[in-house]
Design a binder for this molecule. Structure first.
Ligand code: FES
Ligand SMILES: [Fe+2]
Length: 494
């Protein structure tokens, strides 16, 4: 084993050097640096644990911010509608015309019943299930049964109250604040990062949702940084990413993270090569311990000095000298394994064929493999995409929307589960390119997982399901740990 190299890295300079070496023209947006210097800061624990703070978020954030309510694939036809529930509020998003979408408070003006609790299609009216007050889908009042009992009622004044709607890239945003800025101003120059393959040319291929027992910001923040990869997804570092060094930039209401990947790590120890079997045998990059699935569903862990132990996929010791191992790697090799997705198969086929990988930098070769896979779907753009855009590029649009960069399909949304400070809803969508010459079928509904379900119960996520298991395993324990910190001595720390 070689000594770890102690190097102070300035990602900005190494990043810009990479852009100069790119094999394709780099979009100008990728050359922009953060106008402010990101850096660590201290915040108080109550932001994640206090109902009072949560209630302030409802008033100051959720009632006043542009937020993604749904995707246009959720309401393809006139009269299609989808409820959007957020922090105890509910809105009903309705396609009212071929190119018109409106959003109403999801409440009947009579006694306040929610107008719709589930999504629906091709409605010509919105009739309340309680006493049948009925509105046209454009929000105007159509009918009040026994209207003679409401002598003062002026139907033209009883339209459903609307909230503002904005659209970007087939995502439908709403903002309950009638005085809000236009969505375009709120987004700033975020769209300039998606010019080659804009979201207008994507469809919703998969949509999986799950309640997680943590504050919505605990979950959201776990998906806007790469620092956790080294501990939570060690297999990724040894599987091609090689480094967690990431460039973070903040521009107005959004942030951008770029982990270039396939760079030679300057911060990790170097280990002798392990015979490749990334799903059944991996090595932890920091301590070199090898995790290997056994035929009887357990995990054998072996240290570089030869100590061993046998564990369940949940990291509980069964036998042997070792008694304390990494739970993420036990689940990775020992938990349920999914078959490869179509994308993973295509990448594996390219990897098997690709003779360039030995002749050029792995980062460039990896980008080229992805271009080849994309070429069969969007041939007009595949060759133009810069190497840098095939890195791990992920954005956070305040407060809770996380589209990955360029061609990447992943989009996350995190939101509170009702008014519960300790629970949130995590959603993962795949926004795949609309094939230039073929048919495609958008996901017809959200696949809800139970709070204790494994992400591998959503095989449409492919290998990412296993990665989510690792991420999400941490989150309830972060929430519990934050509550455990609620001692005066912690609160009073500077
Ligand atoms: S509550 Fe809707 S009609 Fe009465
Ligand atoms: Fe992660």
């Amino acid at each position: 084993m070689a000594e770890a190299k102690a190097t102070v890295r300035t990602m900005d300079s190494s990043y810009h050097k990479l852009l100069d070496e790119d094999t394709r023209p780099v979009p100008e947006s990728y050359r922009r640096d953060s106008p402010i210097e990101p850096g660590p800061t201290r915040i108080t624990i109550d932001r994640y644990t206090s109902q009072e703070f949560f209630d302030q978020e409802v008033e100051k954030v959720w009632k006043r911010v542009w937020q993604v309510a749904c995707h246009e694939d959720d309401l393809p036809g006139v009269g299609d509608y989808v409820p959007y529930d957020i922090a105890g509020m509910s809105f009903l998003v309705v396609r009212t015309g071929e190119n018109e979408i409106k959003a109403y408070y999801n409440a009947c003006l009579h006694r306040g019943r929610k107008l719709r609790e589930n999504r629906g299609k091709a409605a010509t009216e919105l009739r309340c299930p309680f006493h049948a007050w009925t509105w046209n889908i454009d929000g105007s009042l159509r009918q009040v049964p026994c209207q003679w009992d409401y002598p003062g009622l002026e139907p033209e004044k009883e339209s459903l109250p609307e909230v503002k709607v904005g659209r970007w890239g087939r995502f439908v945003f709403i903002n309950p604040d009638p005085d809000c800025e236009p969505l375009e101003d709120f987004l700033g120059d975020l769209p300039s990062h998606f010019e080659l393959l804009p979201y207008e040319r994507r469809y919703k291929e998969a949509h999986v949702a799950k309640v997680i027992r943590c504050n919505w910001k605990v979950a959201s923040e776990a998906f806007m940084e790469s620092y956790h990869v080294i501990a939570t997804h060690p297999q990724i570092l040894l599987g091609g990413a090689h480094d967690v060094d990431t460039k973070y930039d903040v521009f107005g209401n959004y942030s951008r993270a770029i982990r270039c990947g396939a760079l030679e790590s300057q911060g990790l120890p170097e280990w002798d090569p392990l015979p490749a079997d990334g799903k059944r045998r991996v090595r932890h990059p920091l301590n070199g311990w090898v995790y290997e699935a056994t035929d009887d569903g357990l995990v054998r862990v072996t240290t570089p000095k030869g100590q061993t132990g046998l564990f369940t996929p949940n990291a509980e010791p069964v036998e042997g000298e070792l008694g304390d191992v990494n739970p993420h790697l036990c689940d990775w090799v020992g938990g349920l394994q999914l078959p490869q997705s179509d994308f993973e198969k295509a990448m594996a086929e390219r990897a098997a064929k690709d003779d360039r990988k030995n002749q050029t930098h792995p980062r460039v070769a990896y980008a080229q493999m992805q271009r080849e896979v994309l070429r069969s779907v969007v041939p007009s753009v595949a060759d133009k995409i810069a190497d840098i855009e095939f890195s791990s590029v992920f954005f956070t649009l305040f407060p809770n929307f996380h589209p990955w960069g360029s061609f990447n399909r992943i989009v996350y949304r995190f939101r509170p589960n009702g008014r519960k400070v300790d629970e949130c809803i995590m959603e993962c969508m795949y926004l795949a390119p609309i094939p230039e010459d073929g048919e495609y079928t958008p996901a017809s509904k959200i696949h809800w997982l139970g709070v204790d379900d494994d992400w591998t119960d959503a095989p449409e996520l492919g290998m990412l399901a296993k990665v989510f298991n690792q991420d999400v395993r941490n989150l309830p324990y972060v929430q519990e740990g934050l509550h455990a910190m609620l001692l005066d001595e912690w609160i009073e720390r500077p």
